[in-house]
Ligand binder design. Structure first.
Ligand code: THU
Length: 136
C-alpha cells in the first residue's frame, strides 16, 4: 500500500534532503551514516543525522535528531506529515523501534519513506508500529 497524501514534489524534496544530510552524520564507531528529513504539517522540512558517542548507548538516531530539531523550531504543536530516512549503505535501512515510537508521538498518520529490501518503501507509521504506546 502506498499512502497517497504526499505529492511527488514533497517526496522528491524530502528524499533529497535526507540524502544530502548523510554526509554530516557523526558515525566514527559504526561507520553507518544515516540522514533523515521530516516534513511537518506546517510545510517545513528539517533534517537530522545520527550522532554517535564513545559511550555507544548515548547514540542518537538520525530520525530522532530531525524530529527534535523540528520541535525546537516549531514548538510543541509540531506534527509530522512525513519522514524520509536513508543511509550510506546499500540494503534496507528502516527506522529502529525507538524511532518508530517517537515518530508516532508526533504523527500517528505520518508517511515513512525508507530503503527496504526491494528498493524504496513508503508506508504509514501505524503499519511500521502497530499498537504504539500511549498514555491514554
Ligand atoms: N541508526 C539511525 O540513525 N537510525 C535508525 O533508525 C537505526 C540506526 C544509527 C544509529 C547508529 O549510529 C548507526 O545507525 C548504526 O546502528
Amino acid at each position: 500500500m502506498t499512502p497517497s497524501s504526499l505529492s511527488e514534489k514533497e517526496r522528491a524534496l524530502l528524499l533529497a534532503k535526507a540524502r544530502e544530510a548523510v554526509s554530516r552524520a557523526y558515525a566514527p564507531y559504526s561507520h553507518f551514516r544515516v540522514g533523515a528529513a521530516v516534513l511537518t504539517e506546517k510545510g517545513d522540512i528539517f533534517t537530522g543525522v545520527n550522532v554517535e558517542n564513545a559511550s555507544y548507548g548515548l547514540t542518537v538516531c538520525a530520525e530522532r535528531a530531525a524530529i527534535f530539531t523540528a520541535v525546537a523550531q516549531e514548538g510543541p504543536e509540531m506534527r509530522l506529515k512525513a519522514l524520509a530516512v536513508v543511509s550510506d549503505h546499500p540494503g534496507p535501512s528502516s527506522p529502529c523501534g525507538a524511532c518508530r515510537q517517537v515518530i508516532w508521538e508526533f504523527g500517528p498518520e505520518a508517511i515513512i519513506i525508507f530503503p527496504g529490501k526491494d528498493g524504496l518503501e513508503e508506508v504509514s507509521i501505524t503499519r511500521l508500529l502497530p499498537g504504539a504506546f500511549s498514555l491514554g
